[in-house]
Design a protein around this ligand. Structure first.
Ligand code: NOJ
Length: 745
């Protein structure tokens, strides 16, 4: 049957060859377009509509591995009614499905298989918020690259990642899936993911899907799927940049989001899907809906029924329908009625076929279905080492009183306590793919591996993550009393963040804080290891624990990574990609806020503040300590006046003044002092992660160009305005030195 397919492809190629030979120097893109047109010309309207239909394999949304294709699916594939599956995985199973498409459907158009590979397929890497805390796009690119290898080897062509939604509200559980609150950091992370997944599109790469377009993270109250409503300016300057960065990095697909913005649901927004994405950004790939987001136009009150929803979405520029079945059921009728033009369908089909050609699926539809390769490439040592490396780099040291960390190697007895101490399920985090707890090292195992018998390890669970049971406290206290130091592993479970996982409090759940209070009474030092998918308001720990290491959900290698970092084999250098509030009542709190006409002043009643809280967050954006210390000096500008054709070099000296070698993320922020519209108090415009040996000093340079100073001005043009600017450089968004320059006409 494969032969038939090859005959078909050669017909396409033969029919093209005349065309190509008369047209010298065709680019790859032009050749693909010609091939796409050639296939399109053979398609019936039904077959075209079939390409726009994506179904999830099996029941619900979870990944399915099967080897026999059920008849109901066979029939649909055979009739050309399915263009793509999500959640069908495995080299063998995807081969079986592909075989039906290629051997039994009239036009033999290959299927494209998608899956949520968010932070790993089988080997899990830290959740994306943790990856962002590395402040190392190159590390994130490497992580995505390894994740792609595993997924591609299991038949997957396409991941629904990266999620690049800016999140200023940590109640929103999906903050875990993205890069946090900042458009600059978020844009770099978006591009890094896209490069890592897609590479040069060989059969070990997968195509990326930048999501959720657009503004999904702006849900009111942090409640998932909720209404989003912000000004066009905030939308363009804060929320849109990471999507654009993903497109500019070459992402081949985008996913339209569930939410509405200002009354228009994204999945029916011509403004988003056509005007911005295609007209302004020149995006050439295709857009898939979110799960039934076309159908949800009805409940939004934007479409009267599923047919109307399909009409709106297709006409708005949404190419592929994930799971609502609106297109497959109604598009033909809509064409007959003149409500949808067949040429609009053609455009969407073209975009999808183009990606199928780019993936090489018309040349070898089974390129991703090699069983042997699958066995060889999954959970290799290289991938596990990469996961370990990313995990270590994602950790953020929040507190280290009297340099209690790194742990001394001569502790005789170490107590490992808490519901996350010997827990191999939760470190996988939400959207864990095929991550299996059997492959995860727990903190307890990580410590045992590390000390290898040289210290005694005492373990007690103490309590569960989220109930009121204190019956385990006694054992925990007993073990703590017998030990020299307590490693207290607390936080959230993996299902507390991710889709629809919204919390109304940011405190530690259950009785975990009570457990910590009991342990404090033992007088033994407490090193708190946090696992969580969002910023938490851990005030008590901040005041009472001797040290705190934020480890997010670190993935397969969590326990080993945590032990290595706590013992100082790796000096932590992660920085927070999102502000940690003191209490949920402070939300939204983010570093790049406006000054207001009455900036908060505790001594002045009529200013912008809470009566019962300090002005500051618990930990600011960009915050993170090291086992060593860094001194900043000699902040300088190459000039203090520039025109729009010049650039300015900002330089600063950073010295390692502590006892260990270590890395520091040197951060540069800018404030535009006066504008035609008000400007944020600070905006991240650059950072560099440098390694310094003990006593070593380096000069770090940043260059600012006029284009870095642009924003959506009063006339809605994206431009800079002449005037004074402050430049801040430092170790986080608060502890900075500043200088000033002027942009002149
Ligand atoms: C819904 C989620 O919002 C989206 O992120 C995901 O990719 C799809 N479901 C498919 O699982």
């Amino acid at each position: 049957m494969k032969k038939l397919f090859l005959i078909f492809s050669s017909i396409v190629v033969i029919s093209l060859s005349g065309f190509i030979s008369n047209t010298p120097k065709l680019s790859n893109d032009e050749i693909i377009s010609a091939k796409v047109d050639s296939v399109l010309s053979l398609m019936t309207l039904d077959e075209k509509i079939g390409q726009l239909n994506q179904l999830s394999f099996g029941i619900g949304w979870g990944p399915t591995i099967k080897v026999a294709v059920p008849d109901e699916y066979k029939a649909q594939i055979r009739e050309g009614k399915i263009g793509s599956f999500l959640n069908a995985i495995g080299a063998e199973f995807t081969y079986e499905l592909q075989k039906v498409a290629v051997n039994e459907s009239r036009l033999k158009i290959p299927l494209i298989f998608g899956l949520d590979v968010i932070h790993g397929f089988k080997t899990t890497f830290p959740v994306p918020l943790g990856e962002a805390a590395t402040w190392q796009p190159e590390i994130v690119e490497m992580s995505a690259h390894y994740q792609a290898i595993e997924a591609a080897s299991a038949g997957i062509h396409w991941t629904f990642s990266p999620m690049v939604d800016i999140a200023r509200d940590p109640r929103w559980g999906r903050i875990m899936e993205g890069a946090g609150e900042d458009p600059y950091l978020g844009s770099l992370m978006a591009a890094a993911h896209v490069r890592g997944y897609q590479g040069n599109l060989s059969d070990l790469n997968i195509i990326a899907c930048v999501k959720h377009y657009a503004g999904y993270g702006g849900a009111e109250g942090g409640r998932d799927y909720n209404t989003v409503d912000f000004s066009e300016r905030t939308f363009r300057d804060i929320y849109l940049p990471p999507y654009k960065a993903g497109v500019e990095a070459g992402a081949h697909t985008l996913m339209a989001s569930f939410n509405e913005i200002g009354g228009i649901p994204s999945s029916g927004s011509k403004y988003l899907l056509n005007d911005i994405l295609r007209e302004e950004w020149n995006f050439k790939g295709f857009v898939v809906s979110d799960w039934n987001s076309i159908g949800e136009l009805i409940l939004h009150g934007f479409a009267s029924d599923l047919k109307h929803a399909g009409e709106i979405s297709l006409n708005a520029g949404l190419d592929m329908d994930m799971e609502s079945r609106s297109y497959i059921t109604h598009l033909k009728e809509l064409v007959d009625e003149g409500k949808v033009d067949e040429s609009t369908i053609d455009e969407s089909v073209r975009r999808i076929l183009r990606i199928k050609f780019m993936l090489g699926l018309f040349d070898d539809p089974y390129a991703y279905c090699d069983k042997e390769r699958e066995q060889k490439n999954i959970m290799t040592n290289d991938i596990k080492l990469a996961s370990l490396e990313v995990a270590k780099r994602s950790f953020v040291l929040l507190k280290n009183e009297k340099n209690i960390l790194p742990l001394k190697k001569d502790y005789k007895k170490i107590a490992i306590i808490g519901p996350l101490a010997n827990n191999s399920v939760d470190p996988i985090g939400g959207w864990g793919g095929l991550g299996d707890s059997a492959d995860v090292t727990t903190v307890l195992e990580g410590f045992k591996n590390y000390v290898d018998g040289s210290s005694q390890i005492l373990y007690s669970k103490g309590c569960n993550i989220d109930d009121q049971d204190k019956s385990g406290f006694k054992d925990a206290v007993t073990k703590a009393k017998k030990s020299d130091v307590i490693i207290l592993c607390v936080g959230e479970d993996r299902d507390m963040s991710g889709e629809a996982c919204v919390r109304s409090t940011l405190d530690l759940p259950g009785v975990q804080e009570d457990l910590a209070k009991e342990l404090l009474k033992t007088g033994k030092p407490i090193i708190s290891v946090l696992m969580n998918g969002r910023p938490l308001s851990i005030n008590w720990l901040n005041e009472n624990a001797n040290a705190i290491l934020e480890t997010w959900f670190a993935g397969t290698m969590a326990g080993d990574a945590i032990a290595k970092v706590l013992f100082g084999d790796y000096n932590p250098a992660g920085k927070l990609p999102a502000t940690f509030p003191r209490t949920v009542g402070q939300v939204p709190i983010y570093y790049n806020h406006k000054n207001t006409g009455r900036p908060g002043d505790l001594k002045n009643h009529y200013t912008s503040k809470y009566l019962d809280l300090p002005l500051t967050p618990l930990y600011p954006f960009g915050y993170g300590l090291s086992y060593t210390t860094f001194e900043y000096s000699s902040l300088n500008l190459s000039t203090n006046k520039i025109t729009e054709d010049d650039s300015i070099v900002v330089s600063v000296k950073v010295k390692n003044s502590g006892k260990y070698e270590g890395e520091e993320v040197v951060q540069m922020y800018v404030q535009d002092l006066v504008g035609s519209v008000t400007r944020p108090v600070k905006e991240l415009k650059g950072f560099k992660k440098i390694m310094l040996k003990r006593g070593e000093e380096k000069t770090v340079n940043f260059t600012i160009h006029e284009k870095d100073l642009r924003f959506t001005a009063a006339d809605m043009k994206f431009k800079s305005e002449p005037g004074l600017f402050k430049v801040f450089v430092g170790t986080n968004s608060v502890d900075v030195n500043e200088v000033q320059f002027e942009l002149i006409d």
